[in-house]
Design a protein around this ligand. Structure first.
Ligand code: NAP
Ligand code: G4F
Length: 413
């Protein structure tokens, strides 16, 4: 290695060497010498060449976690994800971006852990020393939260406190994103924005309200950089199969394949502001790049009933939904959120965030995804839309175009 006279020069000299070492050197340099901002340009320059930033994602195996990991990898980050031990593989959504950690180019690392266990979270924060932490892990299903309210509170609410406290106690300086939810608004009249008072209608919604406020509390009490993204429903071919949109598009593919005849749903009249998930994870990253922490509502500003989603999806697939869809009261919730509609003006103004995929397009992307994952020939409008609209979307190579294949882990083979 060349003889160097300053920590930054040393960091620069290591650019051609081991990337992980470089990250550490640059990070140490930053910690040792900052007044914040002074060395920003130099570090940004280095970042172009190496995975300087370290991110930790809880919930990396979920819909959003998988897209966020892709986004951060495409931006040069080293990404660490917390996964739960299971007796079956639960990494289907990220298998296509995983490389053996022994290979020098590896920039995605997975660690066993759980939001139920604070000591492990302290270990992880202390050893990874992330620059950014994205808390996406949660028991995220509203209906399940009525059946398992205590567990939902433990993971979705207290899990957030455990993670924030792990950061606080370990003394690691990091930026924290909390996955807050439009479910927190519950019965508050639409449109909902950052000023709308919360009135949650489920144990899940109540747990998210707690997590929202505890993130703000750590910001106010300890000066931590904590931002809440209050995201409205966002969907994709990677959406969990028991959420209503994916339940519908998956059923359509199964009906077309002759594997299913009936689809049973609950309340068809509730209205949701549905957007396309890959666009939403961009807003998470944007929030953590701001000078100051803050809270943002993110959604499309358009709302549709479940009935409209069913109609649009079945018609697109050339099926008569009246012949296949029945209502089963068991899927109705003890308390419903009737009408969600985002007012995202603040996110548009301050983050420059704006959705590009419409409701109609989202339906097509998801129906195509489910049909193709069963080996059926889809009408193809969704796939075409992804190609045309997002050719080289934010240099997020292959993310959106591989999205359909990744839906069922098809990239694995
Ligand atoms: P998701 O697909 O259900 O993923 C949830 C993730 O949390 C999974 O990786 C899951 O791991 C993990 N998890 C569950 N319990 C955990 C525990 N005890 N410890 C650690 N990790 C645990 O959810 P999503 O749609 O990606 O949403 C991501 C986050 O945004 C969630 O917090 C959700 O509540 C919130 N949110 C979602 C939306 C939306 O419309 N998607 C809107 C607003 C807010 P396994 O894979 O092992 O189950
Ligand atoms: O797809 P859902 O289960 O999503 P929900 O309850 O809006 O929650 C999702 O979005 C939240 C953001 O607002 C997230 F925080 C949360 O983690 C999750 O991602 O249900 C949507 C609507 C509800 O009104 C429900 O009653 O669809 C209605 N619905 C009708 N039949 C059904 C069904 N929902 C499900 N899951 N299954 C049905 O058979």
């Amino acid at each position: 290695m060349a003889v160097t006279s300053s920590p930054l020069q040393e960091a620069r000299a290591q650019v051609l060497g081991n990337h992980n070492e470089l990250s550490l050197v640059a990070l140490e340099y930053r910690r040792a010498t900052e007044p914040p901002g002074n060395e920003k340009c130099e570090l940004r320059h280095l970042q172009v060449r190496c995975p300087l930033q370290h991110a930790l994602i809880t919930g990396i195996t979920g819909q959003d976690g998988s897209y966020l990991a892709e986004l951060l990898l495409s931006k040069g980050y080293e990404v660490h994800g917390v996964i739960r031990r299971a007796s079956t593989f639960n990494t289907g959504r990220i298998d296509h971006i995983y490389v053996d950690p022994h290979t020098p180019q590896a920039r995605l690392f997975l660690h066993y852990g759980d939001l139920s266990t604070g000591s492990r979270l302290i270990d992880l924060i202390y050893s990874i020393r992330p620059d950014e932490v994205y808390n996406l892990g949660a028991q995220s299903h509203v209906m399940v939260s009525f059946e398992n309210p205590e567990y939902t509170g433990d993971i979705t609410a207290l899990g957030t406190t455990r993670l924030l406290d792990a950061i606080h106690r370990s003394g690691v300086t990091t930026r924290f994103y909390q996955a807050s939810s439009s479910e927190m608004f519950g019965s508050a009249p639409p449109p909902q924005n950052e000023q709308t008072p919360f009135h949650p209608r489920s144990p899940y919604g109540a747990a998210k309200v707690y997590a929202y406020w505890v993130a703000i509390n750590y910001r106010e009490a300890y000066g931590m950089f904590c931002s809440n993204g209050v995201l409205f429903n966002h969907e994709s071919p990677r959406r969990g199969p028991t959420f209503v949109t994916r339940k519908i598009t998956r059923a359509i593919a199964h009906i077309l394949a002759g594997k299913q005849d009936k689809l049973y749903l609950g309340n068809l009249e509730a209205k949701r502001d549905w957007g396309y998930a890959p666009e939403y994870v961009e807003s998470m990253w944007q929030m953590l790049q701001r000078e100051r922490p803050d809270d943002y509502v993110v959604g499309t500003g358009k709302s549709h009933t479940i009935r409209e989603f069913v109609t649009e999806a079945f018609e697109y697939a050339g099926l008569d939904w009246g012949k296949h869809v029945s209502v089963d009261d068991r899927y109705k919730r003890p308390a419903e959120v009737d009408f969600l509609l985002a007012d995202s003006k603040k996110a548009e103004r301050e983050l420059g965030w704006k959705p590009r995929v419409s409701f109609r397009e989202l339906v097509r992307i998801m129906v195509d995804g489910d049909m193709e994952s069963l080996g059926l020939t889809s009408p193809g409008e969704g796939a075409r839309l992804l190609r045309e609209k997002f050719g080289a979307w934010h240099q997020w190579n292959n993310c959106v175009s591989d999205n359909l294949k990744a839906a069922e882990g098809a990239l694995l083979g």
